[in-house]
Design a binder for this molecule. Structure first.
Ligand code: ZN
Length: 264
């Protein structure tokens, strides 16, 4: 069984401020370590649940966050950005049985995590009228290849969103955002539960985990800055909408990924 793991940092236990997520910032090391430990727990859980091969994507900022020294021999890791539209799930294809997302976070426009955003911090993303999370975008990206998501860890705003999308997807809430603060569980508890729940998520039938792709997509990118919105409205088939918004319509989710790759 092949498992794909994508790891971000803004939903890792304890992360609260941007400086804790930035490579080489003095505050970063503690959380880089915790991100690594949570990912190692997910890998251990996947292997205990039957994974024979794992592809891991470091998917935050520099994409060079994880300490890979202790990766098991059946695990490969993608560091850095491929620059293709699959982005945070680059390398995921039909050969995988399921995907796992670690350290994911609430969508841009949400008040549930002080680090909430979607893909970039200068625009929010809506799909079919609703603010969209990286979880939703990457779950749809995996669905394009017929691969279901079985486990996600992150803030409680995100885990509630996931339960509403598909209650069979197993989740673990690492923290809750309140204003510019967070209340986190013990990092030890996250590690214990990530291993246990990833393992049990390997046994959820794939059919129960499927998320259906909508037939039509209306993407709205709502920028902080109207000049960026105006510039990006010249992307093929995109149009400028007041205020600060670029709108793009398609029936093909890969075209959504392409527009997100170029305009966020
Ligand atoms: Zn991130």
């Amino acid at each position: 069984m092949k498992v794909y793991i994508s790891a971000d940092i803004e939903g890792i236990t304890g992360t609260t401020s941007w400086s804790e997520t930035e490579l080489n910032a003095p505050d970063y090391q503690l959380f880089q370590k915790q991100m690594t430990r949570e990912v190692e727990a997910a890998i251990a859980g996947a292997i205990a649940g039957g994974a024979t091969e794992i592809l891991l994507k470091d998917a935050h900022d520099s994409a060079r966050n994880l300490d890979i020294s202790n990766l098991p021999i059946n695990c490969k890791v993608i560091r850095g950005w491929t620059y293709d539209p699959m982005c945070m799930v680059a390398g995921l294809d039909e050969s995988f049985d399921r995907a796992v997302f670690i350290g994911y976070h609430s969508k841009g426009g949400s008040e549930r995590n002080p680090l909430a955003h979607t893909l970039c911090t200068y625009a929010d993303v809506k799909i079919n009228g609703e603010y969209a999370s990286e979880f939703l975008i990457n779950t749809y990206a995996a669905a394009l290849h017929g691969v279901p998501v079985s486990f996600v860890s992150g803030d409680v705003g995100l885990t509630e969103e996931i339960q509403a999308v598909n209650e069979h997807i197993v989740t673990f809430a690492t923290k809750e955002g309140i204003g510019n603060a967070t209340i986190s569980v013990s990092p030890q508890l996250t590690i214990m539960e990530t291993k246990r729940l990833v393992e049990s998520s390997m046994k959820v039938p794939r059919t129960a985990l499927q998320v259906t792709l909508p037939e039509h997509f209306r993407v709205e990118l709502i920028y902080r800055d109207h000049t960026r919105a105006y510039r990006n409205s010249f992307y093929p088939n995109a149009k400028f909408k007041p205020h600060n918004t670029v709108e793009f319509m398609t029936n093909d989710f890969y075209e959504v990924l392409r527009v997100l790759q170029f305009l966020t």
